[in-house]
Each structure stands twice: as C-alpha cells, then as structure tokens.
Design a protein around this ligand. Structure first.
Ligand SMILES: [Zn+2]
Length: 54
C-alpha cells in the first residue's frame, strides 16, 4: 500500500498516511495534530512495485 506524506499548513506538522488509491481519492486529509484540513502533499515517496505502463 502506498504511503502519502503531508504537511499541515497550519502547524507545520508532517505526517504520513498509508492508504490505497481509492481511499486517497476520497479521503479528506486532516492534520492529526490540529485537525485542520489545510494540508499539503509532500514529495511523493510512493513505492509501488508495479511499473507497468500500457
Ligand atoms: Zn496541523
């Protein structure tokens, strides 16, 4: 399962979430510290093994 890194724009807390792609599309990511929805995606460190391109 890929992980997604975020940083809160409010309190600058960096956190990592692990979720599948469907969750990622739906989920409203909130900061775990201050519970604000203003978060920023950090550089994707997604480690997906499949490198299939069609
Ligand atoms: Zn925060």
């Amino acid at each position: 399962m890929p992980t997604y890194e975020y940083r809160c724009e409010k309190c600058k807390k960096e956190f990592t979430l692990r979720m599948n792609f469907r969750e990622y599309e739906r989920k409203k990511v909130k900061c775990p510290r201050c519970n604000k929805g203003k978060v920023e995606r950090l550089m994707a460190t997604v480690s997906v093994k499949t490198s299939k391109k069609s």
